[in-house]
Design a protein. Sequence first.
Length: 174
Amino acid sequence: MTGDIKTLITEHEINKRIREMAQLISHDYHNKQVKLIGILKGAVFFMVDLAKALNEIPVTMDFMDVSSYGASTCTSGEVRVLKDLDEPIENEHVLLVEDIIDTGLTIRFILKQLAGRNPASLKICTLLDKPSRREVEVPIDYIGFTIPNEFVIGFGLDYDQRYRNLPYIGVLSE
Ligand code: 5GP
């Protein structure tokens, strides 16, 4: 069932890059506690691996689930909160963890929501960045891989809720 998937980023490349990102983040948050906020469901795989690699700084975690109205593979720009955070983030150093930033509309909505809750700092970390499709400018602090304009699956990313559990990033052939 996975024969029609072209590998874009291997499991080894992802693991190596996550360790590099964790080193950078540990350095930047030296002497601080960071709260990772994962955007469900896609960011879960990346967030778990990133959290395990952040072994030099204290880490807490929370999750948020949002949904865009409209077609499944195209973000319409209208976003609603399906699950909010469990805890307040006031005075916390928050790092938003995303699987992919495409048009930027989802993360911009979340950023606006959370900025109003007075965190000590608020940064963005994404495993994948697809800048060719950006519609709104978003300040991304940590990027795993910049990818071309292709619909990718695996490592948390789905097509119709499938393929999230692939340990690599791939592209479905036609
Ligand atoms: P944005 O609001 O930046 O356009 O979209 C962000 C969300 O769209 C991601 O969290 C993801 O759920 C979905 N998305 C965007 N590009 C892709 C892609 O190439 N593959 C998959 N599976 N989802 C994508």
